[in-house]
Design a protein around this ligand. Structure first.
Ligand SMILES: Nc1ncnc2c1ncn2[C@@H]1O[C@H](COP(=O)(O)OP(=O)(O)OP(=O)(O)O)[C@@H](O)[C@H]1O
Length: 280
């Protein structure tokens, strides 16, 4: 590309980012406290476009309360956009996102987001003690709650084997701890927060495949009874979901069911799975 071509592209991106930020400010705060009763999430006839691109058109989705739903589909189909709409980074131009039957726009943003968590597979760490890093999940959490969360996240013994235990100060990069261990700090933080709705976006994952598979295999156990959305950019893990939504262009659900259902159907999901794994 020529220098002018590059410049034009850069300016286009900057303009698009500015418009996006303007739109983000345009998300209006609601007035009601968010008190989910089950956390059943629905997209009702949702259409959504970024300034230069229509992503979802008349999209209808259902995420059952207390279950793991995986969202799968080709790259660029709108998987991450779906989670941005649930978190209200944006509002759809047409249609509704509902939780337990209520339009999520009525809720205070802070209240809504405090009951949801995006599981960060490479969590942000702070130059503070382990105790403080985990307490970041919920203001006011006690030391005992942190310890319980770390036990559940299977990192307690590892912390206790260190000289300063929970008082060891972490570096922002978490140096001296493995990717899997850092991921477990994030998990402990999430247990402390105890949200009703959990979003796992594999796109943010910088961990190795083995750790990732381990994480996804444990989702059922860790988040039993919580509405969990697994945005699956790769297919290594969706077998463990209670339901899989396989999306085609513009967010249409073209196949839905368990991994076994969709493999037996020998449709688009099956082909994608074959493509990644060589055999079904
Ligand atoms: N902020 C944005 N502004 C403009 N277009 C965007 C923006 N974010 C995403 N897009 C475009 O919208 C489409 C859907 O993006 P999204 O990230 O939701 O897809 P995805 O299914 O999660 O993709 P992948 O599996 O590759 O991560 C893509 O074509 C993407 O280029």
């Amino acid at each position: 590309m020529t220098l002018f071509g590059n410049l034009r592209e850069a300016l286009k991106k900057a303009a698009s980012l500015r418009r996006m930020l303007e739109r983000e400010c345009a998300v209006r705060d609601g007035s009601e406290a968010f008190e989910p009763s089950g956390g059943h999430i629905e997209f009702v006839d949702v259409s959504f476009a970024y300034p230069e691109k229509v992503v979802l058109e008349n999209c209808n989705l259902s995420f059952q309360s207390g279950k793991i739903t995986a969202v799968v589909g080709p790259s660029g189909v709108g998987k991450s956009t779906i989670l941005k709409l649930i978190l209200r980074a944006y509002d759809p131009q047409i249609g509704l996102v509902k939780i337990d039957g209520q339009d999520i726009r009525i809720f205070r943003l802070q209240s809504l987001r405090s009951r949801m968590a995006v599981m960060e597979q490479e969590p942000r760490l702070f130059n503070r003690t382990i105790l403080e890093n985990v307490k970041y999940g919920r203001q006011g959490a006690t030391d005992e709650e942190v310890r319980e969360a770390c036990k559940k996240a299977n990192i307690h013994d590892c912390i206790m084997s260190r000289e300063k235990g929970y008082h060891e100060v972490l570096s922002c990069a978490g140096s001296g701890w493995s990717g899997g261990e850092r991921q477990r700090f994030g998990l402990a933080r999430l247990f402390v927060q105890n949200p009703d709705i959990i979003i796992v976006d594999e796109g943010t994952s910088a961990i190795d495949t083995e750790t990732e598979t381990q994480v996804n295999m444990n989702l059922r156990e860790w988040f039993q009874g919580k509405t969990t959305i697994l945005i699956a950019h790769r297919l290594s893990s969706v077998m463990h979901a209670h339901n899989i939504l396989f999306l085609s262009d513009n967010g249409q659900v073209c196949e839905e069911g368990t991994h076994q259902d969709l493999i037996a159907r020998k449709g688009g999901y099956y082909s994608l799975f074959q493509h990644y794994h060589g055999n079904g």
